[in-house]
Design a protein around this ligand. Structure first.
Ligand code: MRU
Length: 343
């Protein structure tokens, strides 16, 4: 039974989000009362996943209009304030382009309606943030319908990181395709890479897939190639944080290794992502900014220190998979293949 999770909600001018840092052991919710609260939640990964942080950013803009600090009496100050909030939110995480996409959409709606009263603009922008959320769920279900045709009854699918319901407003992208296939009556097994260092696969994909009744198995990242060699993986589907115009894909660190291993073993490697993840302004993967996160994510798991004091650490959160390793990009508009023309 595929579940509808409560990931992010707009309630009484506040944003309520599932605290993904605490999963899988605690299912608790965080209430954000200011746009700064949402910005912090994006940075510290209370909410994460490209589409989900886009929705969160749009809702942060909406909250910023409901607090006393919002300069409602002078239109010019009001408009400048919204752009300043968008500029600050833009800085929270650099790789997932859905964040910029959502902020640009809010700025665009502001521009279209700038001649209306400030009160009207506030209502229009709050409505737009809720629409971005609702559309995300719909988009994911459409993506699932297009994508599930590549999965055959009896397939075992490997995924990396969490590109499920938790990474979106609902249903998910890569894991959403698996949910759609299961809903269509196919018997599909899921393998989740644990996804060091933040363990989105072990903690999040495993949690939501298990809740949905999927047959899900967690492996350490370094086990995937060996399972491929044994013929235990039929297809791979991952999500994306940004897709460049030429089809290169930035996704969670480790995705590139999975794609290389898939090529060697002749296993189809799909990416599932909404159009809001495609960035026509970034020509190739080389231009995609890669977030470098706090070394503590590598040096510690919970309270347990894994490395000697003072050791040097690298912690890039994403890598780029070149388009030639990708079998197809599954979107809400269909499946795209080389040469990519996303129109
Ligand atoms: O650092 P995260 O957890 O935000 O990274 C998430 C991913 O890399 C996902 O695979 C990607 O955002 C696609 S989510 C539908």
């Amino acid at each position: 039974m595929i579940q509808e999770f409560k990931i992010i909600e707009w309630e009484n001018n506040k944003v309520i989000m599932l605290d993904q840092r605490k999963l899988p052991t605690e299912e608790t919710y965080v209430t954000c009362e200011t746009w700064e609260d949402v910005a912090e939640a994006i940075k510290n990964m209370t909410i994460r996943g490209a589409p989900a942080i886009g929705v969160a950013a749009a809702m942060a803009v909406a909250i910023s209009l409901t607090v006393d600090r919002c300069p409602l009496s002078v239109k010019d100050d009001f408009i400048k304030y919204i752009h300043k909030v968008c500029d600050e939110l833009f800085k929270t995480r650099p790789t997932a382009v859905n964040l910029k996409w959502a902020l640009d959409r809010m700025r665009g709606i502001l521009e279209e309606n700038k001649n209306k009263s400030v009160d009207d603009i506030v209502q229009i922008l709050i409505h737009e943030a809720k629409t971005i959320k609702d559309e995300d769920i719909l988009t994911n279900k459409q993506m699932g319908e297009h994508g599930q045709v590549v999965l055959d009854d009896g397939d075992t699918v490997l995924t990396h990181c969490n590109a499920g319901a938790l990474a979106t407003a609902g249903w998910g992208t890569a894991v959403g395709v698996v949910y759609s296939a299961v809903q269509a009556g196919k018997n599909i097994k899921l393998i989740a890479d644990e996804t060091r260092p933040v363990l989105q696969g072990a903690r999040l994909t495993a949690w939501e897939a298990q809740k949905c009744g999927l047959d899900v198995t967690v492996i350490c990242d370094n086990m995937a190639a060996s399972l491929m060699a044994k013929g235990l993986i039929n297809k791979i589907i991952v999500g994306a944080d940004r897709i460049a115009a030429n089809g290169d894909v930035a996704n969670k660190i480790g995705t590139y290794s999975v794609a290389i291993n898939a090529k060697y073993h002749n296993i189809p490697f799909y990416v599932a992502a909404p159009f809001s993840t495609i960035d026509p302004q970034t020509p190739t993967g080389k231009e995609i900014p890669i977030e470098e996160r706090d070394p503590i994510e590598v040096t510690k798991v919970g309270c347990k220190q894994l490395t000697p004091d003072g050791i040097s650490i690298k912690n890039p959160a994403f890598d780029v998979t070149p388009h030639e390793l990708i079998t197809g990009i599954i979107t809400e508009k269909g499946i795209f293949q080389l040469p990519y023309k996303f129109i």
